[in-house]
Write a protein that binds this ligand. Structure first.
Ligand code: GDP
Ligand code: MG
Length: 392
């Protein structure tokens, strides 16, 4: 049968971010190639990463591509978002829960609008550590690459990162994929930078279990599986859990199987990307956005107050102010729910401002103080906020 997942090293979640075509997917494939040569992972070719999610045949199927690998000191789950919209949706809403990110900047093109937008949003959702891959260094000229490095460091500093000290590694994903030793060496250097610069995070393993569902599928002969990243706590085979769904209320069920990257595991903990097999639950009963949690640990609610930053047009946000009565989409964990904004006495808020608002959601969803969320409208991220109070 399948080989079990054995936890021997700290597990971290990282991801590639950066402007379209700067080489995120190529770099992701190159990393797996270099590590497979070391014997600590399987090579995942470009076209296995960059594909429609429905085609994914692994245990964990979500709308962001996950690859798994190990360095000498760590086990990583690496997400490579296929497009800008996926990036905003999955990472910014906290679904990807990145402990660190590799910012890919093409040495030929330099900082582009999505580069800046990703850095801004990463900062807003609390991605604390960024390592820079100056990609396409095989075709860039040194003087030009120096300028791109400078510009990237300035961008990071402008958004509150330690731009002067962030590791910047010149790489060529393409040449490394071809096996050129100079460039496979550069990938090694990049991985060393990630290993040393991104600290092992503290995990909330002692808190009550919570997982926000990214996808649900049926595995023939076994039942319904919900996938997602464990936000906090632990879950093991046999645990009773509650499914808090879009249909409302809480439904009790048991976890009858736990897997990560197709490998069975006895117990999953905060930070792990898992597939949970749920007893007696039909495929139609569980959906993206539902929460699976320790019984009684969190309540679905409809109203909240939040501090919200409204992004500027340059950051991908609105050009015009919003007013009380505004009804955008709220991305809370993996859920995407319409909600109506009340700005109280101020009545109006402009892009670039940080304001307090109360929100009435279209349906109940598990809410708690401190929860981060994104506000989206017509494909744009118009704001990002943190819940400060909740009410039924
Ligand atoms: P993504 O949109 O950021 O995922 O970018 P891709 O990985 O799909 O790469 C975009 C294009 O850049 C493709 O044509 C790649 O072959 C090319 N590319 C990626 N990395 C490199 C590199 O290191 N050097 C060169 N010369 N081209 C690259
Ligand atoms: Mg890509």
């Amino acid at each position: 049968s399948k080989q079990a997942y054995v936890r021997t090293k700290p597990h971290l979640n990282i991801g590639t971010m950066g402007h379209v075509d700067h080489g995120k997917t190529t770099l992701t494939a190159a990393i797996t190639k270099v590590l497979s040569a070391r014997g600590t992972g399987a090579f995942v070719p470009f076209d296995r990463i960059d594909r429609a999610p429905e085609e994914a045949a692994r245990g964990i199927t979500i709308n962001i591509a996950h690859v798994e690998y190990e360095t000498d000191t760590r086990h990583y789950a690496h997400v490579d978002m296929p497009g800008h919209a996926d990036f905003v949706k999955n990472m910014i809403t906290g679904a990807a829960q990145l402990d660190g990110a590799i910012l890919v900047v093409s040495a030929l093109d330099g900082v582009m609008p999505q580069t800046a937008e990703h850095v801004l949003l990463a900062r807003r959702v609390g991605v604390r550590h960024i390592v820079v891959a100056l990609n396409k260094a095989d075709v860039g000229e040194d003087d030009l690459i120096d300028l791109v490095e400078l510009e990237t460091r300035e961008l990071l500093t402008a958004h509150g990162y330690d731009g002067d000290h962030v590791p910047v590694v010149r790489v060529s994903g393409l040449r490394a994929l071809e096996g050129d030793p100079r460039w496979t060496g550069a990938i090694e250097a990049l991985l060393d930078a990630v290993d040393t610069y991104v600290p092992t995070p503290m995990r909330y393993t002692d808190a009550p279990f919570l997982l926000s569902v990214e996808n649900a599928l049926t595995i023939t002969g076994r039942g319904t599986v919900a996938t997602g990243a464990v936000e906090r706590g632990r879950v093991r085979v046999g645990d009773r859990v509650e499914l808090l769904g879009s249909a409302g209320g809480a439904r009790s069920t048991y976890v009858t199987g736990v897997e990560t990257f197709g490998k069975p595991m006895e117990s999953a903990e905060a930070g792990d990307s898992v597939a949970l097999l749920l007893r007696g639950v039909q495929r139609a009963d569980v959906r993206r956005g539902d929460v699976i949690a320790a019984p009684g640990s969190i309540a679905p609610l409809r109203h909240f107050t939040a501090r919200v930053y409204l992004t500027t047009a340059a950051e991908g946000g609105r050009r015009t102010p919003v007013a009380t009565g505004y009804r955008p989409q709220f991305h809370l964990r993996t859920a995407d729910i319409a909600g109506e904004v009340d700005l109280g006495l101020r009545g109006v808020a402009r892009p670039g401002e940080t304001v307090t608002m109360t929100v009435s959601l279209g349906r109940d969803v598990p809410l708690e103080i401190g929860l981060g969320f994104a506000i989206r409208e017509g494909g744009r991220t118009v704001g990002a906020g943190t819940v400060t109070a909740v009410a039924p």
